[in-house]
Design a protein around this ligand. Structure first.
Ligand SMILES: Nc1ncnc2c1ncn2[C@@H]1O[C@H](COP(=O)(O)OP(=O)(O)O)[C@@H](O)[C@H]1O
Ligand SMILES: [Mg+2]
Length: 249
C-alpha cells in the first residue's frame, strides 16, 4: 500500500501541493489528473524521492521515502518502483536489450546469466524480442513504449508510476499505450499511479481518480463518480471547456 500523508511542497513562494493525502491499495491503479502545471509531476517526484516535501510523509509498502536520508536508502525503496515517463526515456545509444537490462545492472546483484534470463523473459512476454538489438531510434514509437514498459517491469516492482504515458503521441499510439497498460496490469498485477490530463481515456486503466487543482485534491473517487461530479471545476476539466473556474494560461 502507498500512503501519501499531509504532503506540502513549495518552490519559493509558490505552494504547489497543500497538505495532500491519498491512499493507494495494493493492486489498484489510480489516475491523478488535472490541468498542466498543477503539480502532478512534482507529486511523482516526491514519491520517487527525487524531491523532498516541506512537510508530510510518503510511505511505500511500509517504507518511508521521505525519511530516507542517503541515496542508498532511497534506492532500497526505489527497488519497489518502476517508472514510465512521457518519452519512454530510453537511452538512445543503447539497444533495447541493454536498455531493459539497465536497472538490473545498476541496482541488483544478479549475475549476467540471471540478468540474461530475466531480460529475455520480459522481452518475450511483451512480444518485443525481435527488437532486442535495435536502438530506440530504429523502432516505431509503439514498440519504444513497450520497451520502456519492459524496463519499468524488469525489477518486478510492486508499484509502477506513469507520467503522462502518451502525451505527444498520435491518438492511435496513445490508445496502444492504454492497451499495453491493461495487458501488463493483467499479467503482473502491480499497483499503479497514472498521471494524465487525458480525460476520459485514462479512466479505462483506472480504478480510482483524484483530480488536483490549486494544490489540493478537488475530487476523488471512481471514474463514474468523477463523471457525475457537480463540482464546476471538475465538470469544466472533464468537458475540456475554456470558460469556468479553472483559469487557462
Ligand atoms: N524543481 C522545480 N523548481 C521550481 N519550480 C518547480 C520545480 N518543479 C516544478 N516546479 C513548478 O511546480 C509547478 C507544478 O509543476 P508540475 O508538477 O511539473 O506540473 P504538471 O501538473 O504539469 O506535471 C509548476 O508551476 C512548476 O513550474
Ligand atoms: Mg507533468
Amino acid at each position: 500500500m502507498i500512503s501519501i500523508r499531509n504532503v506540502t511542497k513549495s518552490f519559493g513562494k509558490q505552494v504547489v501541493l497543500k497538505n495532500i493525502s491519498l491512499e493507494i491499495k495494493h493492486g489498484e491503479t489510480i489516475a491523478v489528473v488535472g490541468p498542466s502545471g498543477v503539480g502532478k509531476s512534482v507529486l511523482l517526484k516526491l514519491i520517487t524521492g527525487i524531491l523532498q516535501p516541506d512537510s508530510g510523509e510518503i510511505i511505500i509498502y511500509g517504507k518511508n521515502i521521505t525519511k530516507a536520508k542517503t541515496e542508498y536508502q532511497k534506492n532500497q525503496i526505489r527497488n519497489n518502483l518502476g517508472v514510465l515517463f512521457q518519452s519512454a526515456a530510453l537511452f538512445d545509444s543503447l539497444n533495447i536489450y541493454d536498455n531493459v537490462a539497465f536497472p538490473l545492472n545498476a541496482r541488483t546483484n544478479l549475475n549476467q546469466k540471471q540478468i540474461h534470463k530475466r531480460v529475455l523473459r520480459i522481452l518475450r512476454n511483451l512480444d518485443i524480442e525481435k527488437y532486442a538489438l535495435k536502438t530506440p531510434g530504429e523502432i516505431p514509437m509503439g514498440i519504444r513504449k513497450r520497451a520502456g514498459m519492459a524496463r519499468a517491469l524488469i525489477t518486478e516492482p510492486k508499484l509502477i508510476l506513469f507520467d503522462e504515458p502518451n502525451t505527444g503521441l498520435d491518438p492511435l499510439v496513445g490508445q496502444e499505450v492504454y492497451e499495453l497498460i491493461k495487458e501488463c496490469q493483467e499479467k503482473w498485477h502491480f499497483t499503479g499511479i497514472v498521471i494524465s490530463h487525458e480525460i476520459p481515456e485514462v479512466f479505462q486503466v483506472s480504478n480510482r481518480v483524484a483530480m488536483l487543482l490549486n494544490g489540493e485534491i478537488l475530487e476523488e473517487g471512481t471514474p463514474e463518480k468523477l463523471l457525475q461530479s457537480q463540482n464546476e471545476a471538475v465538470r469544466q476539466f472533464l468537458n475540456g471547456k475554456t470558460n469556468g473556474p479553472i483559469k487557462i494560461n
